[in-house]
Design a protein around this ligand. Structure first.
Ligand code: EPU
Length: 309
């Protein structure tokens, strides 16, 4: 296994010379993923501005680097050996939100859902309540068309602005992204910086109460504070993967430090913080085999595998 030891990195030195970028090497990705699993990234860059992101993107294309875009790391399983490439962390420096015209809200990709919903409730912007319970950032939600049973990102998205492979800032209408259940087709190499959504002005108390009700449901039905990546599998059409896993008798099943949550069958938990990616992968395979045997259904991963071959 590779370690977090700092080694010479000419690319990091080059990137450090570009404007508006925070550059680090050998950062352990287990600190940046909600599953708390994953080895080191060769280079981790946090753009401080849209201009910094654009310069970075162009440079990485020219250098032919493999890129992973990271928000809150809530939908990722990163290999124990880590990621050989450049992690671009889109965080609070590309966050914030503002009403840009009546009924149109622009949200920075690095904004976490918690802040988005707090601000929506304070201002009385209705339309985003469905996101109560999504653990990631806005950019991550757009890229994966994140959602809950109350709705999904594509229901409200008007357009996204970001940088393309060549580093040009572009705005793409949502209708060009072929968004479907947990799917969004961005151009290859595109990194989201912000997105516009349609909202309605409403009573702040009503918006706040709707968000709180959905939060309470999530706390009731799902493991709240456990180390997990949310739902591991997509729901098959018309079904709940969690229910299929539950009915297959797999709640509480373990592989090493990884186990199936007893609260919700589609959540795999890093029990004591010591589970490895290999533990989780073994558990995934066991679940898939059993669900095929019991229900005849092939489960498809929702969580993205990084550095896993
Ligand atoms: N159920 C069981 N056993 C379980 C889990 C669920 O019997 O272990 C039953 C529930 O009782 C309910 C039905 O299955 O009757 C559906 O369960 P739930 O409402 O929890 O919804 P879900 O389809 O399992 C989806 C999303 C979640 C989202 C919830 C709530 C997917 C893969 N999952 O889960 O999203 O939070 O609805 O809106 O679409 C995620 O994508 O990471 C995620 C957590």
């Amino acid at each position: 296994m590779r370690t977090g030891a700092v080694k010479p990195c000419p690319l990091a030195d080059q990137l450090s010379g570009l404007p508006d970028l925070m550059v680090r090497t050998g950062v352990l990705l287990n600190r940046l993923t909600t599953l708390r699993i994953g080895g080191p990234a060769d280079v981790l860059v946090t753009p401080q501005t849209l201009e910094g992101l654009a310069t970075l993107r162009a440079h990485l294309t020219e250098a032919d680097e493999t890129v992973l875009v990271l928000g809150n790391g809530s939908n990722l399983l990163v290999a124990d050996a880590g990621f050989e490439g450049v992690v671009v962390r889109v965080s609070g420096t590309l966050g914030g939100m503002a009403l840009v015209e009546p009924g149109v809200l622009e949200i920075g990709a690095g904004s976490p859902w918690g802040s988005i919903l707090r601000e929506a409730a304070r201002a009385g912007w209705a339309g985003l309540e469905f996101g109560a319970g999504i653990p990631g950032t806005w950019g991550g939600a757009v890229a994966t068309n994140a959602g809950t049973r109350a709705g999904q990102t594509s229901d409200v998205l008007i357009s996204v602005t970001g940088v393309d492979r060549e580093g040009a800032v572009r705005t793409l209408p949502a209708r060009d992204l072929s968004m479907a259940y947990r799917e969004c087709r961005l151009p290859d190499g595109f990194i989201i910086a912000s997105g516009r959504v349609a909202v309605e002005e409403d009573d702040p108390e009503r918006v706040g109460a709707a968000i709180e009700e959905l939060w309470a449901r999530r706390r009731r039905d799902q493991p709240d504070r456990a180390r997990s990546a949310g739902c591991m599998f997509k729901n098959p059409p018309g079904e709940s993967a969690g229910r299929l896993i539950d009915q297959a008798g797999l709640k509480g099943a373990t592989e090493g430090g990884a186990c199936v949550s007893r609260e919700h069958g589609n959540f795999l938990i890093n029990r004591n913080g010591e589970a490895t990616a290999s533990d989780v992968l073994r558990l995934i395979e066991r679940i898939r085999e059993r669900v095929v045997a019991v229900h005849g259904v092939e489960l498809e991963l929702e969580v993205k595998l990084v550095g896993v071959t």
